[in-house]
Design a protein around this ligand. Structure first.
Ligand code: NAD
Length: 501
């Protein structure tokens, strides 16, 4: 059954969202332009003040009610994600599961992280008390991608709402029905004010949101669009959070559990048909365990079946244009001497891509340098863990990474240039609500989730309060002449000693 937006414009253009597997129309939505986006932001202003006024406790109760509603309506949401995005039901379910867990954590921890707290004072200002508090920014604009239409925007929206902001959310034009579902569900538990609104349309609608004077713009998508978002936001000095693409590496060291590493490489690289910003896109395996690892990966990857069924292993490629990117990267790798051990040059069968496992891929191949967003796993043999780290770090991206190792796991994890890393698992940091989520380099900046995510959508406010006046102060024209030399002597006594070695 097609979902029709409950808020169609009186007149004006609309667009259809369709199933990538069958072409069936899932819903029809308005293309909202600058005027409608500005209206949504204007409606959000009083809603933000009302939401902030509820305080931590009022917001916690409502966010927990929203969480409970999503958990109860999980089947409906999973079905919608399957139809609109194409992914198998279990992948859609994992999105809902993680979303609910993040909501639970943020609702229960926002007060602890953001409540006003006393800060240390200093000798010079000993007569002043110091405190810091984290105030909401106001209205946060959120622009989302299609590949995790529930989990990805929800992580950002959850941090922003829990910190006391209203949100105007522009979902991907490929998954507007999922975006609408999230906002409608929120309105059921918070009917008083439009605290979470959705505007629909393509990049032009997103651009309008960047220019609409929101207090922060949180964007998740490709680095190319991220650049445009940042440039547009610069016009009004709107601060941005950019959660961009990845080319995540996995490192398998000599003493790793090879079977576990192979199983997680295949899942991490191919789940959601590889359309995951945190997908394992490159595997560097130390030579002593290379053959065993490759054999096991081949065995497992050969069983991964694409299809339209809710219980397929992987679904179709959601964005039709991505099929050409995958085809081009595979052709480039084969031309440079790569060998396929699973799949091959004809793996791309629109709208599906069969699993591909490649070896002998040279480091300048597009496959190792760019985001693929397909079920393609290149495995590279390296001499040792140091070479693996060097090659993993030779990337413009730096989102997540995975390490399979025992003795040197911690050292390897720390030396990887990435925002997140998992040891002896893949992607688990994304499901840990207490941890920050975000990348470095082409993978963006800023953090959502966890305490850092809550602070990302807050304004740190510093307050000093004079507890009692002093007879004299350096910070006054009224100071006696002898005061500054006396303070200088005291300063040298206190700070001027050379530190002990
Ligand atoms: P995209 O950049 O094409 O689009 C993302 C969103 O930006 C969409 O809603 C789109 O309508 C909007 N948009 C397009 N042009 C715009 C403009 N000029 N101004 C404002 N908004 C504009 O990305 P996509 O194809 O939807 O998503 C895939 C990308 O997202 C991949 O690179 C993936 O790695 C990345 N991603 C990153 C994360 C993360 O958390 N780091 C999570 C999921 C996806």
């Amino acid at each position: 059954m097609a979902v029709t937006s409950d808020r169609p414009p009186a007149t004006g253009p609309t667009f259809d969202s369709t199933s990538p597997a069958s072409g069936e129309v899932v819903g029809t939505f308005p293309v909202q332009g600058p005027e409608q986006v500005a209206e949504a932001v204007a409606r959000a202003r009083p809603a933000a003040a009302w939401w902030a006024g509820l305080g931590f406790d009022g917001r916690r109760r409502r966010l927990l009610a929203y969480k409970a509603l999503l958990a109860r309506r999980c089947d409906e949401l999973v079905d919608l994600v399957h139809r609109e995005n194409g992914k198998p039901a279990v992948d859609a379910f994992v999105e809902v599961l993680l979303t609910v867990e993040h909501l639970h954590w943020a609702a229960r921890n926002a007060a602890k992280v953001l409540r006003p707290r006393r800060a240390a004072t200093t000798l010079v200002l000993a007569n002043h008390a110091a405190s810091v508090e984290y105030q909401p920014l106001g209205v946060v604009g959120v622009i989302g991608p299609w590949n995790y239409p529930v989990y990805t925007p929800s992580g950002t929206i959850t941090s922003a709402l829990a910190a006391g902001n209203a949100v105007v959310f522009k979902p991907s034009e490929l998954t507007p029905a999922v975006g609408r579902f999230l906002a409608d569900a929120f309105a059921e538990v918070v009917p008083e004010q439009p605290v979470l609104q959705v505007v629909t349309g393509d990049g032009a609608t997103g651009n309008a949101l960047c220019l609409a004077g929101v207090d922060k713009l949180a964007f998740t998508g490709s680095p190319a669009t991220g650049r445009k978002v940042m440039a547009a936001c610069a016009e009004r000095l709107t601060p941005v959070v950019l959660e961009l693409g990845g080319n995540d590496a996995m490192i398998v060291d000599e003493d790793a559990d090879v079977d576990a590493a192979a199983e997680q490489a295949v899942w991490g690289g191919m789940a959601n048909a590889g359309q995951t910003c945190l997908a394992i896109e490159r595997v560097y395996v130390v030579q002593g365990v290379y053959d065993r690892f490759v054999d096991r990966v081949v065995e497992l990857a050969a069983k991964v079946r694409p299809g339209a069924a809710t219980d397929a292993d992987i679904g179709p490629i959601t964005l039709p244009g991505q099929l050409e990117v995958i085809r081009r990267q595979l052709a480039d790798a084969f031309q440079r001497g790569a060998r396929a051990l699973v799949g091959g040059p004809d793996a791309v069968r629109p709208p599906y891509v069969d699993p591909v496992v490649l070896v002998d891929v040279p480091s300048d191949a597009l496959l190792l340098r760019q985001e693929t967003f397909g079920p393609v796993l290149p495995i590279v043999r390296v001499r040792d863990a140091d070479e693996a780290v060097r090659r993993a770090n030779a990337s413009a991206y730096g989102l997540g990474a995975a390490v399979f190792a025992r003795r040197h796991a911690g050292r390897i994890a720390r030396s990887l240039r990435s925002g997140m890393v998992s040891v002896n698992s893949v992607l688990t940091f994304a499901g840990m609500p207490s941890l920050p989520f975000g990348g470095v380099g082409e993978s963006g900046f800023g953090r959502v989730h966890g305490p850092d995510g809550l602070r990302e959508f807050s304004r740190a406010k510093a307050i000093t309060r004079q507890r009692f006046p002093l007879p004299f102060s350096v910070l006054s024209f009224d100071r006696p002449a002898r005061l500054v030399p006396a303070v200088e002597r005291a300063m040298k006594l206190r700070h001027g000693r050379r530190p002990r070695r």
